[in-house]
Design a protein around this ligand. Structure first.
Ligand SMILES: Nc1ncnc2c1ncn2[C@@H]1O[C@H](COP(=O)(O)OP(=O)(O)O)[C@@H](O)[C@H]1O
Ligand SMILES: CC(=O)N[C@@H](CCC(=O)OP(=O)(O)O)C(=O)O
Length: 305
């Protein structure tokens, strides 16, 4: 046919093999809740964002129940700076006064609806909420190393009613990390904390953190030290021995908490890598770092270390 180039047969076969390879994973995760934490610099590029959202849409369309918990810290910092202020963090948590809270809420609201728009455009139903809606995320003030850093919340309770209602009605819930305290004041929540609390509360099968590094390293400057599978004991050991720093420290602590709270599989993935979610969920490659219970049964690809 003129203007139509036939795809070579071997490439067509590779595609078929990829689909067959995905079959056991599609069966395993059918109807299972999976939480995707999307944040960091992996959120900044529009093309990458669309790829991530396409992956989530696909997860939904083949029968899984994805929930997105998103961040937007870089975008909040941009707007704080445009207003002539400087962002301050204590151990990775943003110091949040009244004005910063207002900015955070506006920015996270915009990010939230942007993600919903993309999912809807792909023909999948989505609803964006913050932890205020249905009092989904209840918090108390968080003290970081004894310091009061303003309206930063520690999650005390996840009310799963609204999330489950959305899932049961075929919507992908998209959750912004804002909570309410007992006086109904708004609080800013670190998105990793929110993802971990949501995944534990709804009994998620899997929690995937999309971040801006390939996974956990014993030495982040040496690409050969990427760890594919990390048991809880080993993760505790790495933290105690000072191998984990920066934003990875609270992230890994959240991963440990999630596994201890019954989430079977917790993954740290490189959100800058195209279709990292699909590669992790549906192929034997096993990318990023999996944090697992000491007694977890490994998939075949995870045994090959
Ligand atoms: N051992 C380690 N392995 C991987 N990353 C590490 C490690 N120690 C520190 N880091 C840092 O943690 C960062 C990831 O955390 P963070 O920037 O907070 O992610 P996000 O913004 O996606 O939530 C990495 O970019 C890296 O610089
Ligand atoms: C208390 C606190 O630090 N809240 C975070 C919420 C957003 C976030 O966590 O975004 P990322 O996941 O993209 O970093 C903040 O204000 O930056």
């Amino acid at each position: 046919m003129e203007g139509y180039e036939m795809e070579p047969m071997d490439q067509i076969l590779i595609k078929a093999q990829t689909l067959i390879e995905a079959l056991p994973y599609i069966q395993k995760f059918n109807k299972k809740k999976v939480v995707v934490k999307y944040g960091g610099s992996a959120m900044l590029d529009a093309d990458l964002q669309l790829n991530v959202i396409k992956d989530v849409a696909l997860l939904k369309l083949i029968g899984m129940q994805p929930i997105i918990v998103h961040g937007g810290g870089k975008e909040i910092s941009k707007w704080v700076s445009l207003l002539g202020h400087e962002s301050k963090f204590v151990e990775g948590f943003r110091v949040t006064d009244e004005e910063t809270m207002e900015v955070a809420e506006m920015v996270l609201g915009k990010v939230n609806k942007g993600l919903v728009q993309m999912i809807e455009q792909l023909g999948v139903k989505a609803v964006g909420i913050s932890g205020k809606d249905g009092a989904t995320l209840k918090v108390e003030k968080k003290y970081v190393s004894g310091q009061d850093i303003g309206y930063v919340g520690n999650i005390t309770e996840v009310n799963t009613e609204l999330i489950n209602t959305l899932i049961d009605n075929n919507f992908v819930p998209v959750i912004a990390p804002i909570g309410l305290d007992d006086d109904f004041h708004a609080y800013n929540i670190n998105a990793d904390d929110a993802a971990c609390a949501v995944a534990s509360a709804i009994g998620a099968e899997k929690l995937a953190f999309l971040t801006d590094i390939e996974g956990v390293y014993t030495d982040p400057t040496d690409k050969n030290t990427l760890i594919s599978v990390l048991t809880l004991d080993k993760a505790d050991e790495l933290i105690q021995d000072g191998f984990i720093g920066g934003g990875m420290l609270p992230k890994l602590k959240n991963c440990i908490d999630a596994v201890r709270n019954g989430v079977s599989r917790v993954h740290i993935l490189d959100g800058r890598m195209e279709h990292c979610l699909l590669l992790e969920f549906f192929t034997n490659r096993g990318i990023g770092t999996a944090i697992i219970n000491n007694e977890s049964i490994l998939f075949e690809h995870e045994k090959v270390q």
